[in-house]
Design a binder for this molecule. Structure first.
Ligand code: NAD
Ligand code: DAU
Length: 332
């Protein structure tokens, strides 16, 4: 039995990972989460108390971090400010958590000699043209666009420096856009599903031609466990499931799956600096570590995600009004 510390485990992808670990291993999990607006303890309900515990705290607080690192075998670091639109409105928390928080964890990993896996994003590579045959690989130069992605890029570079300079036993993964249960209603797919559920028209930024490379959150979890188990120290692995779709196609599919006319949505003010296209080449992870996605059918995964939101309104309803008020103030 391994003891894992999962930072940000009350958020979307972190909570999916905790459920995945409990279901597929005999590991013990401690979650460290600050419970910002994005953290939700309801996402961790029902976990076995003999294998799971929750600690509320800030990853940028060396006292709490030090105490927890002393008692675990490995750390999986999900905690972050994660939403681009928020980073355009108020960048400061992104620096505090994504940069200083990651630095605090790296220093603890160094002091305690702990294995650390750092969760990052494909957004560190910037964006691609719609007709570019290229996809991101582990050697694509960093070129982040937003306050969010630049702080994630900065955190990745800190991890690389702590591996090389201090011998910290770390790996990094950069994943594409996740969808699935427990995602905050500020994000694209849950926002549109819950809009339709409430009788509101979905909101598409600009023309909606932007492309994202969708992966089910459970496939992200299995990839992270694979890297934790078999990844080479100091290496970066890109995680993706060949799920490129335009935002317009995704909105139209949501409307169709929910029994509405496919064109029943509004175009709204575009995001400043909006990245055009992300695309992941995950050949290294697949060939070197033998990983493959288990949910490659996006339409089936989206239908299951819609069902999850329709049957979990008490989970998402408390955040919906404040989220829509934030967007409405920006004409989105
Ligand atoms: P999220 O916003 O849903 O969850 C973030 C969690 O971190 C929340 O529970 C929050 O309370 C916690 N947190 C924030 N600041 C903290 C702090 N200072 N100390 C402790 N906890 C803190 O985010 P998500 O979408 O689940 O993303 C998780 C990670 O995965 C992030 O590192 C993100 O960059 C990365 N990622 C996300 C995606 C995606 O599609 N959402 C894709 C690739 C990578
Ligand atoms: O690529 C990985 C990244 O994916 C992660 O690093 C981020 O943490 C995660 O939030 C996500 O970033 P995006 O900015 O791509 O996700 P978001 O859900 O905010 O938006 C997806 C696309 O949909 C993007 O092109 C903007 C557009 N959009 C978004 C919202 C909220 C709309 O058209 N309408 C909307 O209402």
């Amino acid at each position: 039995m391994r003891k894992l510390l999962v930072t940000g485990g009350a958020g979307f992808i972190g909570s999916n990972f905790v459920h995945h670990v409990i279901d597929h291993t005999d590991d013990h999990v401690t979650v460290l989460d600050k419970l910002t607006y994005a953290g939700n303890l309801a996402s961790l309900e029902g976990l076995p108390t003999d294998r799971f515990r929750f600690v509320q705290g800030d990853i940028a607080d060396p006292r709490v971090v030090d105490e927890l690192f002393a008692d675990v075998d490995a750390v999986v670091h999900y905690a972050a400010e994660s939403h681009n639109d928020n980073s355009l409105h108020d960048p400061r928390p992104f620096l505090d958590t994504n940069i200083i928080g990651t630095y605090t964890l790296l220093e603890a990993a160094r002091r305690h000699g702990r294995r650390l896996h750092h969760i990052s994003t494909d957004e560190v590579y910037g964006d691609l043209e719609l007709d570019d045959p290229a996809r991101f690989t582990e050697t694509t130069p960093y070129n982040p666009s937003s306050p969010y992605s630049s702080t994630k890029a900065g955190s990745d570079l800190l991890v690389r420096a702590w591996v090389r300079s201090f011998g910290v036993q770390a790996t990094i993964s950069n994943c594409s856009n996740n969808y699935g249960p427990y995602q905050h209603v500020e994000k694209f797919i849950p926002r549109q599903i819950t809009n339709v559920a409430r009788g509101t028209r979905p909101k598409l930024y600009g023309a909606g031609e932007n492309v994202r490379d969708w992966i089910h959150a459970d496939d992200h979890s299995s990839a992270v466990l694979t890297i934790l188990d078999r990844g080479a120290i100091g290496e970066t692995y890109l995680i993706g499931a060949d799920g490129e779709k335009s935002n317009k196609d995704v909105v139209e599919l949501i409307l169709t799956l929910m029994g509405r006319p496919a064109d029943a949505y509004d175009h709204v003010t575009d995001r400043a600096g909006h990245d055009l296209r992300y695309a992941i080449d995950s050949t290294k992870l697949r060939t070197e570590l033998g990983w493959a996605p288990r949910y490659p059918d996006f339409e089936a995964g989206l239908a299951a995600t819609i069902e999850w939101y329709l049957s979990h309104e008490p989970w998402w309803a408390p955040a919906k009004d404040a989220t829509e008020a934030f967007y409405a103030a920006k004409g989105q």
